[in-house]
Design a protein around this ligand. Structure first.
Ligand code: IMP
Ligand code: MG
Length: 173
């Protein structure tokens, strides 16, 4: 597999991330949030967006996986859980991409059971065409076509995560 055409450039991503951070800061004005990054895919988006959010923001991570190669297995593995208490707090879940929606719905239900004051979802990319679980996305970066993409945290077999932009993937044989 090799990296194909860029789908979103560094500039496009940065502009949109700043807009989302502004919207989040406005909506939560006067409140404190706990931002939870979903690893590994969201690590780059998470670190970019939290540094632009202008309200008090605590940080935590969930390390989950659901993909084998380019297909969601539908089976979510939790590799490591939260370290912070979320009961009574405003939770902002930060995800890289929502595809079928199964992963985020599973995480959302798991966290709602812990009794947060509120829970919202922020994701950079929305692959709407493949949705199976009807989950509400509160802050969305871009809607993208049904293509497998890599870069800016997203991988193919754990590769290409460090690419600073987002690109399609193509078979080189
Ligand atoms: P879902 O459960 O089908 O919504 O899958 C969401 C998870 O699959 C995301 O958190 C991503 O880590 C991963 N994923 C979905 N689509 C892609 C893609 O095009 N490239 C890389 N990872 C993806
Ligand atoms: Mg992910």
């Amino acid at each position: 597999m090799v990296v194909g055409k860029p789908l979103l450039t560094v500039q496009q991503i940065q502009k949109r991330v700043a807009e989302l951070a502004e919207e989040i800061s406005r909506d939560y004005e006067g409140k404190e949030i706990i931002a939870i990054g979903i690893l590994k895919g969201a690590f780059m988006f998470f670190s970019d967006i939290v540094r632009l959010i202008q309200i008090h923001t605590d940080i935590d991570f969930l390390n989950v996986s659901s993909y084998s190669k380019t297909e969601s297995s539908g089976e979510i593995k939790i590799h490591s859980g939260l370290r912070e208490e979320i009961k009574g707090r405003h939770v902002l879940l930060v995800e890289d991409i929502i595809d079928t929606g199964i992963t985020i719905e599973h995480i959302k239900n798991m966290l709602l059971a812990k009794g947060p004051a509120s829970l919202r979802i922020c994701c950079l990319l929305d692959k709407k065409a493949r949705r199976k679980a009807d989950v509400r996305i509160d802050y969305k970066g871009f809607e993208i076509p049904d293509k497998y993409i890599v870069g800016y945290g997203l991988d193919y077999e754990n590769k290409f995560r460090n690419l600073p932009y987002i690109a399609t993937l193509k078979n080189n044989i």
